[in-house]
Design a protein around this ligand. Structure first.
Ligand code: GLP
Length: 237
């Protein structure tokens, strides 16, 4: 299989190894690297390592992965605001291709699709994986040729998202499709914890199926799985 695995022993190790893999992937490219970053609990140690490092980060352009739909632009729970507070502003990343949660959904989707049609360049996609195999908000059933679109979270994902904020988040979302994710020259898939062990195994060793959206990675170039021992629990030794 065409992917590398980086096994991590604890949170600090995870952050350090994810940072190294990320810096390697964005170094030495022509122009400003285009980078998709995820939200969620999984990437927290990675973001911390980026902020703690004394080595200045190569500037990059942040590309938004997914977002709640229909909230005011200053709502603290918007993913782009979460990332702004936690990562982008502390790192001084000013170039951003973010989504407008409050815009007319049809024109916002058109704007996003036009952007990807025009630039067709994603240098690195950093992704998490949902317990049902979702990537971004590409829930089970998402076609491997799906594009940026408005969609709905599954009940399970919605409940997981409510836990981030202790409030009910919108069920409707904007997500990049698998088509845009497939543009990535390098994909760093992050996973932590035993609760991700089964789905991580299914995504890479099971059937490639739209029921497990992350299984598109089986045919993707340059995939690096960065995971702790618990998440890799079912991988062959
Ligand atoms: C969320 C996000 C994803 C994220 C995933 C896993 O719903 N839309 O981008 O990767 O679920 O989240 P966590 O890392 O908190 O398990």
């Amino acid at each position: 299989m065409a992917y590398n695995i980086i096994e991590c022993s604890n949170e600090v190790d995870f952050g350090a190894k994810a940072r190294l893999a990320f810096c390697k992937a964005i170094r030495g490219l022509n122009g400003l690297p285009n980078v998709i970053l995820p939200t969620g609990n999984t990437p927290a140690p990675f973001f911390q390592a980026l902020k703690d490092s004394k080595v200045p980060i190569t500037p990059f352009q942040y590309l938004q992965l997914d977002e709640y739909l229909g909230l005011p632009e200053d709502d603290e729970i918007l993913f782009k605001n979460w990332l702004d507070r936690d990562v982008l502003s502390p790192l001084g990343i000013t170039h951003r291709m973010a989504f407008n949660s409050a815009a007319d959904p049809a024109s916002e989707i058109q704007r996003i699709r036009d952007w990807y049609n025009h630039f067709r360049r994603v240098d690195v996609a950093v992704l998490g994986i949902g317990k049902n195999g979702h990537v971004g908000f590409n829930e089970p059933g998402s076609a491997f040729n799906s594009r940026a679109r408005v969609a709905e979270m599954s009940d399970e994902t919605w409940e997981a998202n409510n836990k981030y904020w202790d409030r009910e988040v919108p069920k409707k979302i904007i997500t990049l499709g698998i088509t845009e994710l497939k543009l990535a020259s390098t994909t760093l898939l992050l996973a932590r914890g035993e609760e991700k062990a089964d789905i991580l195994y299914e995504a890479f060793y099971g059937e490639m199926t739209t029921e497990i959206p992350a299984s598109y990675l089986q045919l993707q170039r340059n995939v690096v799985i960065i995971a702790d021992k618990n998440a890799l629990g079912r991988f062959p030794k």
